[in-house]
Ligand binder design. Structure first.
Ligand code: SF4
Length: 193
């Protein structure tokens, strides 16, 4: 199903608009901006899905907030539909990022309507994921081909989103491919099409 068709079928529930409400200089670099925006729907139910889909996301049910790094931007999404983004070049980039996020959120909404809420055990398993658990599945050669000094350093960076599984070419070999798949399922148990 194409994205546009899916949005048509789920027209009543998808996010139509995310409005940028407040722009201010970025704390890390005053040449850049940060902004607050508001989605036209509450997002509480999609936060666990986004958490399971975005490899480096952090999620607190208590705070009703999910955050992750996307390129150099820290993106935080709140249950009430509030969204913040940092380190943005200008208004034009802000608009592009907002539209990209709106589409991602809508894919999560469509997932929710199709498959229901994710299992709490799956959410908990991701919360308990540590670099050690990932390291156990890596080749452990410390070959440095990924640009890291060790497989453990790679595992830590994979978990915070600074590296991707594609950065370890050994994982593509026959010997390690099943482990690659296993790690992928651990950091990103939901795939949003
Ligand atoms: S490329 Fe893979 S095997 Fe080599 S150090 Fe990095 S994580 Fe370890």
């Amino acid at each position: 199903m194409s994205e546009d068709l899916a949005e048509l079928l789920f027209a009543d529930v998808i996010v139509r608009k995310i409005e940028i409400k407040e722009i201010s200089p970025c704390t890390a670099d005053p040449e850049r901006i940060k902004f607050l925006a508001q989605a036209d729907k509450p997002l509480e139910d999609v936060l666990p899905i986004l958490y399971l889909a975005i490899p480096n996301a952090k999620y607190s049910e208590k705070l009703g907030a999910l955050s992750y790094m996307h390129q150099q931007h820290l993106i935080t999404i709140f249950a009430n539909g509030r969204i913040s983004m940092t380190y943005v070049k200008d208004r034009n980039e802000a608009n592009q990022l907002v539209e990209k996020l709106r589409r991602l959120i809508n894919r999560a909404i469509i997932y929710l309507k199709t498959y229901g809420k994710p299992n709490p055990e799956t959410v908990q398993a991701k919360k308990e994921l540590t670099p050690i658990k990932i390291y156990e599945l890596l080749p452990k050669t410390n070959c440095k081909m990924c640009g890291e000094q060790s497989c453990f350093a790679f595992a830590a960076k994979l978990l915070n989103g600074e590296k991707t599984l594609q950065d370890c070419q050994l994982l593509d070999s026959k010997e390690y491919n099943a482990f690659k798949f296993q790690i992928e399922r651990m950091i990103s148990p939901i795939k949003l099409k």
